[in-house]
Each structure stands twice: as structure tokens, then as C-alpha cells.
Design a protein around this ligand. Structure first.
Ligand code: CDP
Length: 214
């Protein structure tokens, strides 16, 4: 079974995807980390944000086994990630690794922006997780604060709005709900209830696919 979970920043998609993967014992890929990995390398090398050639080279050479790094979770890396993610060559360089992950024999759970539309258009279940930008900013602010980042909540909201705008308006694989995705608004749901709602959708989809016995 392939489960595609898409949505904007801090919508809760990562938590939901991780918990679904654990529930169904499926491998999980946070595809945002790929773009964050490229962004982090760009910043470390001091490359200009608009340098598409350098971003492409770094995407091609990305060590996908080395993305479990707290340094990739900062607001600065997130902002740079949405810049490099708009570059078609960078997306092309990261396409195969994502498709290969989804092709695992047992299936997989992937979360990102274009999983249901580009990476796994034939996913068994597609969820589009969203929440109001204020709620998302609050969640991300608390997360960043916990990590020790000194940042104002108003700044986090502005970053999120800018990133949403960039992700939705880019030509290459923009953030958009797939026509066959189920919309899940987590604005008024805590983690437990968001997970339960997602699980109910997956179970509904699985049941709908199971041939009825006579
Ligand atoms: O955790 P958060 O939702 O803030 O961001 P993320 O999922 O780690 O993604 C960081 C950035 O990478 C996003 O703003 C997108 O621009 C980009 N991204 C993408 O374009 N396609 C994906 N499948 C995943 C992330």
C-alpha cells in the first residue's frame, strides 16, 4: 500500500505520515528533508540562493542516508528549501530516489508537496493535510522555540505565508491538492485526533478497494 500525504508547512502532515507508517509497518520518507538537505548544503557552501547550477550539483550528489540532522530543521533552511525546490533541475535530480522509495515491495508512506500529483500519482490513498496559516505558524513557532531558535511568532507566520505562496505558484510541481486526495483540515485537531481522522480515511480507502465477498 502506498500512502501519499501532502500539504503546506506545519500542517501536521509529517506527524500524521510518520504515525500511519508506524501503524501499518510501512517505510516512511519525509521528502521535505531532501530539499532541506540541498538547502543546507547551499548555505554551508555560501552559494547564492538563486544559483541553480550549484543547487543542481548538490541535489545530484545528495547523500540521502545523511538527512537525519537537526541542522536541517531550522527556519533558515526551510526558507532556502522552498527556493531550491522551485528549480526544475533540482526536482528532477531528486525524482528517482523518491520513486524508488515508493516502489518498495511492501509499499511506503511519503509526505511532501507533490507526492499525490507527481511522485505517486497512483498511490492507494492520498491525503491533503492543511490548517489555517495562524495555527500552522503557532505550531512551527513552538517547535522552533523548543529547538532553541530565537524567533518571533509573527516572523514565523510571515515565513510560512511566503513559503506557501512560493510553493503554490511555482511552475514545477506546485503544491496543489490532487483531485482524488482527501482533504484533512487539522486547524481544530490535536495530534491524536488528526491521526485518528487520517487513519479513518486510509481504512475507508482500503475497504473501498477490497472486493466484496458474496
Ligand atoms: O516541515 P515543513 O512542512 O515546513 O517543510 P518540509 O516538508 O520540510 O519542506 C521544505 C520545503 O521543501 C517546502 O517549503 C517545499 O518548498 C519543498 N518541498 C517540495 O517542494 N516538495 C516536496 N515533496 C517536499 C518539500
Amino acid at each position: 500500500m502506498i500512502i501519499a500525504v501532502d500539504g503546506p508547512a506545519a500542517s501536521g502532515k509529517g506527524t500524521i505520515a510518520r504515525r500511519l507508517a508506524a501503524h501499518f509497518a510501512l517505510p516512511y520518507l519525509d521528502t521535505g528533508l531532501l530539499y532541506r538537505g540541498v538547502a543546507h548544503a547551499m548555505l554551508q557552501h555560501g552559494h547564492d540562493a538563486g544559483d541553480a547550477a550549484q543547487a543542481f550539483a548538490l541535489a545530484r550528489g545528495l547523500d540521502v542516508e545523511a538527512l537525519d540532522d537537526e541542522a536541517l530543521r531550522t527556519a533558515q533552511v526551510g526558507a532556502m528549501a522552498s527556493v531550491v525546490a522551485a528549480m526544475p533541475d533540482v526536482r528532477a535530480a531528486l525524482l528517482e530516489v523518491q520513486k524508488a522509495f515508493a516502489a518498495k515491495p511492501q509499499g511506503a508512506v511519503l509526505d511532501g508537496r507533490d507526492i499525490g500529483t507527481v511522485i505517486c500519482p497512483h498511490a492507494d490513498v492520498k491525503l491533503f493535510v492543511t490548517a489555517s496559516s495562524e495555527v500552522r505558524a503557532r505550531r512551527r513557532f513552538l517547535e522552533l522555540q523548543k529547538r532553541g531558535e530565537a524567533i518571533e511568532e509573527s516572523q514565523v507566520l510571515a515565513d510560512i505565508q511566503l513559503r506557501d505562496e512560493r510553493d503554490q505558484s511555482r511552475a514545477a510541481a506546485p503544491l496543489v491538492q490532487a483531485p482524488d486526495a482527501v482533504l484533512l483540515d487539522t486547524s481544530n485537531l490535536d495530534i491524536e485526533n488528526a491521526f485518528r481522522a487520517a487513519l479513518a480515511e486510509v481504512e475507508r480507502a482500503v475497504l473501498a478497494r477490497t472486493p466484496k465477498s458474496r
